[in-house]
Design a protein around this ligand. Structure first.
Ligand code: ZN
Length: 140
């Protein structure tokens, strides 16, 4: 499945201290009418929650880290799911020893400071639908 899109607006900004990283990125996209796009961010979080998809069990297993962490990279996209704006993001984090880890960003990751960039893509509509092969909600 391939579709062609064109660059739209580019939103840049800073997320509020103490906000939920995933919920806030979703709010920014939705409130600015970004229905399809690309998301990136760097910064730091005070705690993190991220998932790993168990391909056999077909469910996310969530990991939590209750400590200050650097956001080395957050990359994701914006599309529609269940009629609403949905941000799918993966995050690479590092602890105080510089050890990196990460996964599928989940709610429960709290912003210490974060700078984001959301690039809107226009001329295309992407909707997530259930995929029988993987058990995931993928672009249909
Ligand atoms: Zn994911």
């Amino acid at each position: 499945m391939i579709v062609e899109s064109k660059p739209g607006r580019v939103l840049v900004g800073r997320l509020p201290h103490g906000s939920d990283l995933l919920a806030e990125l979703t709010r920014v996209a939705a409130e600015n009418g970004v229905l399809v796009g690309r998301v990136e961010a760097i910064g730091a979080v005070s705690r993190a929650r991220f998932g790993y998809y168990d391909q056999t069990g077909r469910k996310y297993v969530y990991l939590e880290r209750e400590e200050p962490l650097e956001i080395l990279a957050l990359v994701g996209n914006v599309s529609l799911k269940d009629g609403g704006v949905f941000v799918h993001a993966h995050v690479t984090l590092a602890d105080e020893a510089g050890q990196a880890f990460g996964g599928h960003l989940a709610e429960g990751t709290v912003v210490f400071a974060a700078e984001f960039r959301i690039e809107e893509l226009v001329g295309v509509e992407l909707r997530r639908v259930p995929d029988k092969t993987t058990g995931l909600a993928l672009w249909g």
